[in-house]
Design a protein around this ligand. Structure first.
Ligand code: THU
Length: 149
């Protein structure tokens, strides 16, 4: 198996994990189930789903939940790839991209390990691959808070 095929396997595995995660989404208000899966350098995959609330504004996105779970498991960096999947039967079918807050949240854990993860944005017909740095250029991150010197 060549390197390219292995890469495709990893990508498919990650997207499958996000798709499975979406099945556990708690989205009774929007009926828009999202799954996210984070891949780390050691091969670990950590998933999240959106978690809505009767107080709508308290909703947590799938990516943010996945990042919180990763931090809770002691992860500090090492993020190499992210897959985000939404419902196939909603919207125009274009690839779903992380919202602004999720980009910032992903940047925190990525920045700690100095990686620029690829984001697999899954749509009905295509998977858009973008680097986090493309989605969040000139990001504010941990380095900005470091003491001078
Ligand atoms: N949502 C996510 O979980 N991730 C995104 O990247 C975009 C939006 C959720 C929030 C809300 O529960 C539902 O999708 C509709 O906005």
């Amino acid at each position: 198996m060549d390197g390219g095929a292995k890469m495709n396997d990893a990508k498919k595995t990650l997207i499958d994990a996000a798709q499975r995660a979406a099945q556990a989404a708690y989205a009774p208000y929007s009926d828009y189930q999202v799954g996210a899966a984070l891949l780390f350098e050691d091969g670990a995959i950590i998933t999240g789903t959106n978690v809505e609330n009767a107080s709508y504004g308290l909703t947590l996105c799938a990516e943010t939940v996945a990042v919180a779970r990763a931090f809770g498991e002691g992860r500090r960096g090492g993020l190499t790839a992210v897959a985000v999947v939404g419902p196939k039967d909603k919207g125009d079918g274009s690839p779903i991209t992380p919202c602004g807050r999720c980009r910032q949240t992903l940047n925190e854990i990525a920045g700690l390990g100095g990686t620029d993860p690829v984001i697999y944005c899954v749509g009905n017909e295509e998977v858009r691959e973008v680097a986090l740095s493309q989605l969040l250029p000139h990001a504010f991150g941990p380095d900005h808070l470091a003491p001078k010197g």
